[in-house]
Design a binder for this molecule. Structure first.
Ligand SMILES: *Cc1c(COP(=O)(O)O)cnc(C)c1O
Length: 364
C-alpha cells in the first residue's frame, strides 16, 4: 500500500517480557501506550521535521494548543514574554488570562518590529512569539534582526509560520528557535482536520521533548494520517493558491471602490522588501479595505450575495472563504479602526471567483 495503515489504540502490546523491562529503564524505542505518539503521529512528525529542517517535531490537537504549550514549555514564574501585535489573538488571551496566574507577564510588540525590539526587552524577557505575516493585516517582521538580538540575550524565539508554511519560509535559516504550524490550514488543506505542530532547533529540543512527554500530549491518529496525506500535495496546492490569490489581488487593486489590497507580494505592501528577502512565495489569504466606510447592513448585503465564498473562520482549504473584521491592534497603524475584508482564495477557478465578487460589489 502507498499510505501507512491507520493505528488506533490505548494498550500497546510488547513482543516479549524483555521489551516490557526495557520500558522501565527507558531504552524502549517504540510507543509504549496510546498517549505515546502512535505510528501515524510519528510518521507525520518525521515528514514535517524534514520539511522544516529542524531537530524535533511534535504534533498537537490544534494550532492553538501548539502555541499554548510552547509558551508553557519555555517560561516560568517571574519571566517576561513578548508577543507580536498581529499574532493569532488567542495566544495573547491565553497569556493574559492563564500565564499571568503563574506570574508570567506578557507585553505586545509592534507587528512590523525589527531591531527596535530592543526597546521592549527587559532583564527577565525569556520568550518572543512572532507571526509573520500576521493573518489579518499581514505585517511582516524583520526576523533575522530580531533573532540576532534574542540570541545575544538567550531569549527563545518562536515563529507562527502558518501563512508561509515551511515551503515558503525557513524559520531556522533566519535564526528562529521554534517553528509553529497550525496544520489545520494549508498542510491538512481540506478543512476537515484540527492539528498543530511545533518544531524546535537542536538547542531547545531536549527541553521541549521532556515537556511534551511529561504532559502526555498527543494528537489523534486519523488527524495525523490526513495531515501526512496533505503534505504530499502541499506544494501543488500552494502554487495554485498563490497564483489565484495574486490574480485576484491585482484585479481588486484595479477597482474604483477599493482603497487598499494588503498582500505581501504586492510591491506597495509596507514590508514588501523584507518579504522578497526572506520568503520564497506567497499563499492564498489576504485582505482588502473599501474606500467607503460602509454601514454594517451594506457589508452584510455584499457578503450575503456571494455564492462561492463561504462565510467562516479558518483558512487554507480548497474552498474560498470570506470574513470581515475591524482592525483591533494595540499599536497605532494606518489600518486603525478600518474594516477588513479577508479572503481565503481556495482552488476554484479565478474567473468564477471574480465574477462572484463582482456580483457582490454591485450591491454596494
Ligand atoms: C488558525 C490559526 C491558529 C490556530 O490554529 P487551530 O488549529 O485552528 O487551533 C494559529 N495561528 C494562526 C496563524 C492561525 O491562522
Amino acid at each position: 500500500m502507498i499510505n501507512p495503515p491507520l493505528y488506533r489504540g490505548s494498550t500497546v502490546l510488547f513482543d516479549t517480557y524483555e521489551d516490557l523491562l526495557s520500558v522501565y529503564d527507558g531504552t524502549y524505542e517504540g510507543s509504549v501506550y496510546g498517549t505515546d505518539r502512535l505510528l501515524n503521529q510519528r510518521l507525520f512528525e518525521e515528514a514535517l521535521l524534514k520539511l522544516e529542517g529542524g531537530y524535533l517535531t511534535r504534533a498537537f490537537q490544534s494550532g492553538l494548543s501548539a502555541i499554548q504549550n510552547t509558551l508553557m514549555a519555555f517560561t516560568k514564574s517571574g519571566d517576561h514574554i513578548l508577543i507580536c501585535d498581529n499574532a493569532y489573538g488567542p495566544g495573547m488571551y491565553f497569556s493574559k488570562k492563564i500565564l499571568s496566574r503563574f506570574n508570567i507577564e506578557a507585553d505586545v510588540i509592534p507587528s512590523d518590529v525589527g531591531a527596535d525590539i530592543k526597546k521592549y526587552i527587559k532583564p527577565n524577557t525569556r520568550f518572543i512569539l512572532l507571526e509573520s505575516p500576521g493573518s489579518i493585516t499581514f505585517e511582516i517582521q524583520d526576523i533575522p534582526a530580531i533573532t540576532k538580538i534574542a540570541q545575544g540575550k538567550n531569549i527563545v524565539t518562536a515563529l507562527d509560520n502558518t501563512w508561509a508554511t515551511p515551503l515558503y519560509l525557513k524559520p531556522f535559516e533566519l535564526g528562529v528557535d521554534i517553528s509553529i504550524q497550525s496544520v489545520t490550514k494549508y498542510i491538512a488543506g481540506h478543512s476537515d482536520v484540527l492539528l498543530g505542530a511545533v518544531t524546535t532547533n537542536e538547542k531547545y529540543a531536549a527541553q521541549f521533548e521532556k515537556f511534551y512527554s511529561t504532559m502526555e500530549l498527543f494528537a489523534q491518529p486519523e488527524d495525523c494520517y490526513l495531515a501526512l496525506r496533505g503534505l504530499e500535495t502541499l506544494e501543488l496546492r500552494l502554487k495554485e493558491h498563490e497564483r489565484s490569490a495574486l490574480e485576484i489581488a491585482h484585479w481588486l487593486k484595479s477597482l474604483d471602490i477599493i482603497d487598499t489590497v494588503i498582500h505581501p507580494a504586492l510591491p506597495e505592501h509596507p514590508q514588501h522588501e523584507i518579504w522578497k528577502r526572506d520568503f520564497s512565495g506567497s499563499t492564498g489569504i489576504f485582505s482588502f479595505i473599501f474606500k467607503k466606510d460602509y454601514a454594517t447592513e451594506t457589508i452584510a448585503k455584499f457578503v450575503n450575495t456571494l455564492n462561492l465564498f463561504g462565510i467562516g473562520f479558518s483558512w487554507g482549504g480548497y474552498k474560498s472563504l470570506i470574513t470581515v473584521g475591524k482592525n483591533r491592534r494595540v499599536f497605532d497603524s494606518a489600518y486603525k479602526d478600518k474594516t477588513f475584508i479577508r479572503l481565503n482564495i481556495g482552488l476554484e477557478k479565478t474567473d468564477d471567483l471574480m465574477r462572484d465578487l463582482d456580483k457582490g460589489f454591485s450591491v454596494l
